[in-house]
Design a protein around this ligand. Structure first.
Ligand code: PRX
Length: 649
């Protein structure tokens, strides 16, 4: 395949196009237009592709715009685990690989067929039941990327318990906040994990969390690193011992489509993470349908999504999307650059990976280490590539296409969020000549619009705020225990439109260009971190009077964290203090939130009403020219700006 020089577009090869679910722009338009004309009919048809115990919903969709409550397929009965496992075992995939686990050590490999995985999941579901876990209970999961993680999640969905996965890079305080908010009764963790050749302690962190008051009565511990750990009598039990005595069979719980399936916490503009609530019916329909359209999976192929299951990408495209589709999904424990810079490519070659899904931050890091690491490997098995988490600029896109995809593999730049549960905007790679840097078109059933601050519609090519015009099945229903916040954050800007929080523009071809967050959320290596969370961590330090946190562009991570701090009287700026403040953030929020820079300043730019002018701080943090700071006349003390610029140098 060669790029179409005249337009700078990248058409898929005829061979790829033929194998795709949607094969032409005309076909997409036909499906898309019909789906927007009658979204309920469209989504009902998609829902029929999964297996229901009963499809007795009265209305496929209900929506109370006043309260921002909506339902999809309410009254329909199903089980997500049944759809991911039993259904395929029944339909002839019993001996087909569901999961290929590739550990950090190259010979640490386990293959779980659909039959074997179902077996393990049923047993673990019985373990959960034996510990008193039942439908509606919350189970906290703090595990490395090992098969037990997938088994735990599916076992929860089998018995109707809600899993809440906490990313392994979070601090014990962040774990505590998440566990306490949802009142989890049980936790699954491991003695430790392997990361870049090191043993990382996990149980120790859990022990710290459980020193505080929580509802956790049982901790199930997987033996992974054989580290010496403290086990509390009457509370902590070993996974392998419980599994050895668990009964084999466990019938799936019959769930209503609108029963919650899982919680996943995400950072927002306030200091407190939000537990997004996803439902059984809507989520699995969205995961299945988007997987089908975006990845064009064919039987026998190997799908590899490099995300961590602690994030929504891992939930939907390592686990629920591929498994509901009957695909073979690779679960990878390692990192891109250990033992050497070519680890991804060595794994892709070894397993003959067909579909590869990663984040721009990983691509930038890999590109920096040099193409020779990639060229050492035969990547001819790759058919399609995808990207998620942040904008992928045209330059990295073209490099991904040429060097990793051998000029042969189309790239899907997929835009979505924890809240949306599944991919929302992405090119159907068999249908379009691809446009580097653009996520292109919404998936069928999704209608977007870009609005100005005054809520009028933007012209073609004009940047504004991205909205989705109505609820779709996989959209989160609420924030755990805080529906008011859900309404305020997502539905109150324009009544009936879902506010994404991202900037975007739509070009004359109807293609979407995503422009990053418009709120105070920072995307470090594609992971969302609320500025407010970091500020709260800093302010809790004895020396800090005030703090403001803004993103700065970063060559590898996309964005890095820049903090402005004013000190209380009696404290002075020193390298030691800065180190302490960095550690404070690492301890309270987690290592993923480590600030790149701490600038101590005598004050912060504020409006007369006391609001910190982040717009100005972003510019100052970014460096470069300061002649375009915008309107500073509303500032209480315009001189502060000069001293901040001075302090930046
Ligand atoms: O700003 C957008 C960015 O990531 C945010 C969602 O983050 P999270 O909920 O952690 O989910 C990440 C994985 C789905 C969005 O609001 N984002 C995600 N994908 C893209 C993106 N920005 C630009 N292009 C993308 N493809």
């Amino acid at each position: 395949m060669t790029p179409d020089g005249s337009k700078g577009l990248y058409p898929p090869s005829d061979e790829y196009r033929k194998s795709a679910v949607i094969k032409s722009a005309e076909e997409y338009e036909k499906i898309y237009n019909a789906s927007i004309e009658d979204p309920v009919a469209y989504w009902t048809k998609e829902a029929e592709q999964i297996e229901w115990f009963s499809k007795d919903w009265k209305d496929a969709f209900t929506w109370n715009k006043r309260t921002s409550e909506f339902t999809w397929f309410k009254g329909g009965k199903l089980n997500v685990c049944y759809n991911c496992l039993d259904r395929h075992v029944k339909n002839g995939l019993k001996n087909t690989a569901a999961i290929i686990f590739q550990g950090e050590e190259d010979d640490d490999v386990k293959v779980y067929t659909y039959g074997r995985l179902l077996n393990e999941v049923e047993k673990f579901a019985n373990v959960l039941k034996s510990k008193g876990i039942k439908k509606g209970d919350r189970v906290a999961v703090y595990l490395p990327m090992i098969p037990e993680l997938v088994i735990t999640l599916l076992a929860c969905t089998r018995i109707g318990a809600l899993h809440s996965v906490v990313f392994a890079g979070f601090s014990s305080e962040a774990i505590y906040n998440r566990v306490a908010d949802c009142k989890a009764k049980l936790m699954v963790t491991s003695d430790g994990s392997f990361r870049a050749g090191k043993k990382i302690d996990m149980k120790g962190k859990v022990n710290e969390v459980l020193e505080k008051d929580t509802d956790i009565k049982t901790v199930i511990v997987v033996k992974r690193t054989n580290a010496e750990i403290f086990m509390e009598d009457d509370r902590d039990v070993w996974w392998h011992k419980e599994m050895a005595k668990a009964p084999e069979r466990c019938e799936p719980e019959i769930m209503d489509a609108e029963d919650p399936l899982f919680l996943l916490y995400t950072s927002g503009t306030t200091g407190k993470p939000k537990g997004m609530v996803h439902t059984n019916g809507g989520y699995i329909v969205g995961a299945y349908s988007s997987y089908k359209y975006v990845f064009n999976y064919r039987p026998g192929q190997i799908h590899w999504c490099t995300a961590d299951i602690g994030w929504i990408t891992g939930h939907t495209y390592i686990l629920y999307g591929p498994l509901s589709f009957g695909a073979t999904t690779l679960l990878f424990e390692g990192v891109p650059n250990y033992p050497e810079e070519d680890r991804f490519w060595q794994v892709a070659e070894k397993w003959k990976v067909d579909l590869f899904y990663t984040a721009p931050t990983a691509l930038r890091m890999i590109r920096k280490s040099g193409d020779e690491w990639i060229k050492k490997h035969d990547l001819s098995s790759l058919k399609m590539l995808a990207s998620v988490g942040e904008p992928i600029d045209a330059d990295v896109w073209k490099w991904y296409h040429t060097v990793i995809g051998g000029g042969r593999c189309p790239i899907s730049d997929t835009w979505w969020q924890t809240e949306t549960g599944s991919i929302i905007i992405a090119p159907m790679t068999g249908a379009f000549d691809l446009k580097p840097g653009s996520a292109m078109k919404p998936l069928p059933g999704i209608e977007t619009t870009v609005l100005r601050e005054d809520k009028t519609e933007c012209d073609v090519g004009e940047s504004g705020s991205l909205y989705i015009t109505r609820p779709f099945p996989s959209l989160a229903r609420t924030i755990w225990n805080d529906h008011k916040k859900f309404v305020d954050l997502y539905w109150s800007a324009v009544n009936g439109y879902y506010l994404t929080g991202d900037g975007a523009k739509i070009d004359p071809d109807g293609d979407h260009w995503l422009l990053g967050r418009v709120d105070d959320v920072i995307s470090v290596a594609g992971h969302r971190i609320g500025a407010a969370e970091i500020e709260a961590a800093l302010i809790s330090h004895r020396a800090v009077a005030e703090a403001a946190v803004v993103p700065v562009p970063d060559e590898i991570k996309g964005e890095a964290i820049y903090t402005f701090v004013t000190l209380k009287n009696g404290f002075v700026d020193s390298d030691e203090l800065k180190k302490e403040l960095i550690n404070q953030v690492r301890n309270v929020v987690g290592p993923i939130a480590t600030p790149k820079t701490i600038q101590i300043s005598s004050g912060l730019p504020k409006t007369r009403s006391g609001k910190i002018m982040r717009r100005i701080l972003r510019k100052i943090a970014g460096g470069g020219k300061y002649d375009d700071l915008g309107d500073t006349t509303t500032l209480l003390d315009p001189k502060i700006v000069e001293s901040l610029i001075e302090g930046r140098k």
